[in-house]
Design a protein around this ligand. Structure first.
Ligand SMILES: [Mg+2]
Length: 440
């Protein structure tokens, strides 16, 4: 028997959190952005109905609806709500994966030991049978219908205990992949169950890009091989997929069959593979000094996090998005000009100065002269040092200085003590939260 996995995705999260906090914003188009010169990172349901969504530039959102309420993202407020809904989820199972700031997977295993001994009014009291006796023999249909009751209860508790404006879409399936696909099928406030016997129906409902892991670029590569639908993908021989895509071919085949063997990842379980920070400028800039200061600041932020985990990295990556002319977002045929490259260095580092030196080299190698819109810096090839001593003897002195700087900043706040190059870079790349995987 297969297990039951929930994927719970909060709807229009950052915008809804603001509407929850301020009732005057409810029912109005709201856009949350990092800053007013950037893009909308979350749009309220009302804004989405006007065609304003994640990724719409602020200037365009204003053009579409001049009275749109634009707010800067408030990371502490958002994180506070995230902690609260995760707390509710943990009442139902110990296996909760915090997938991103607004998404989580819940694993209920193969038994419907899915509820604590709690019964909330408004729900079918018959389901308490399963709650009180987790070992009772339930047939398959009871398990799935109880799962629906749990989902309804979670939705109700979010609204009652956190805020009435908050809704989520729940997807229930036999594995993580199907649960994630299911939660995406109905928004907002959705509840979609895909039992093993329903999987076949997904083939008619979904296009390739509806499958997490298949983006537009991959779709184009697949269509070059005559694979246009998910069904085509499931029928395509794995040997041929592997010949064309390497190891990815194996995963593509799994995706085509809606198979997923990935389990729930609990906090602390996941090995950190890379650490990075990115920042979109409020206006595109060609000022070399400003760009280098931003690279330096992002590198310092990455370095600081590496040091907090006692980690060192050997690969520095720099990713740049250059500005293009002001074409409305919806009419843009090509994405803006991007550049990204990684350098492997013959050393392990966690010093922002050394990271930025590599990153600037990469940046300069792009040869692109357009103004810069966004920069991302990351470090991978990580090793962890379990000793108190610096990992590498030659770094003893610089490590001592960095330790001292970290201690001051721990006490008085980030960047209180900073390198001279960052003296005038305080406004660049402040605290923020994104939709990516949570940094741990
Ligand atoms: Mg969401």
């Amino acid at each position: 028997m297969q297990g039951i996995i929930f994927h719970i995705d909060m709807n229009s999260y950052f915008a809804t959190v603001e509407q929850q906090a301020n009732p005057h914003l409810r029912g109005r188009p709201v856009g949350v952005c990092e800053h007013l010169g950037g893009i909308i990172i979350a749009a309220s349901v009302e804004a989405k109905m006007l065609g304003i969504g994640t990724g719409t530039p602020v200037w365009e959102a204003r053009k579409i609806y001049p009275k749109i309420v634009l707010l800067k993202v408030d990371p502490p407020k958002v994180r506070f709500i995230t902690e609260r809904f995760l707390k509710i989820f943990s009442d139902y199972t110990d296996l909760v994966e915090r997938y991103s700031i607004d998404e989580a997977f819940l694993d209920f295993g193969i038994k419907t030991k899915i509820l604590k001994d709690t019964c909330h009014p408004g729900l079918d009291p018959g389901s308490t049978r399963a709650r009180k006796d987790p070992d009772c023999n339930q047939d398959d249909s009871t398990i799935w219908s109880d799962a629906i009751l749990v989902a309804l209860e979670i939705k109700q508790r979010i609204r009652r205990e956190i805020g009435e404006w908050l809704t989520c879409s729940v997807g229930i399936g036999p594995n993580k992949l199907i649960a994630k696909i299911a939660s995406n099928l109905q928004k907002p406030d959705g509840l979609t169950v895909v039992r093993p016997q329903d999987i076949e129906e997904l083939y008619d409902k979904l296009s390739l890009t509806d499958i997490p892991g298949i983006n537009v670029r991959m779709q184009a590569r697949l269509s070059a091989h005559g694979i246009y639908t998910v069904k085509d993908l499931s029928r395509y021989p794995e040997s041929k997929l592997r010949a064309e895509f390497g190891l990815v071919g194996h995963y593509l085949k799994q995706l085509g069959n809606f198979k997923s063997t990935r389990g729930i990842v609990l906090p602390g379980d996941e090995p950190v593979k890379s650490m990075g920070h990115a920042f979109t400028m409020s206006r595109a800039s060609s000022d070399v000094r400003e760009i280098e200061a931003l690279i330096f600041k992002l590198s310092e932020k990455v370095a600081r996090r590496l040091r907090q985990r006692n980690m060192w990295g050997s690969v520095v990556s720099c990713y740049v998005r250059f500005a293009k002319e002001k074409v409305p977002f919806s009419q843009r045929r090509e994405p803006s000009q991007n550049f990204g490259r990684s350098h492997r260095i013959k050393d392990f580092i966690n010093d922002g100065r050394l990271i930025s030196r590599e990153a600037i080299k990469i940046f300069n190698s792009s040869g692109i002269k357009a103004p810069v819109r966004m920069i991302g810096i990351s470090v991978s090839g990580l090793v962890e040092n379990f000793l108190d001593e610096p990992l590498f003897r030659r770094y003893k002195k610089s490590q001592w200085a960095l330790d001292a700087m970290d201690k001051v900043n721990d006490k008085y706040g980030e960047f209180t003590l900073r390198r001279a190059a960052l003296l005038d870079a305080k406004h660049l790349a402040g605290d923020t939260v994104g939709f990516g995987r949570l940094a741990r």
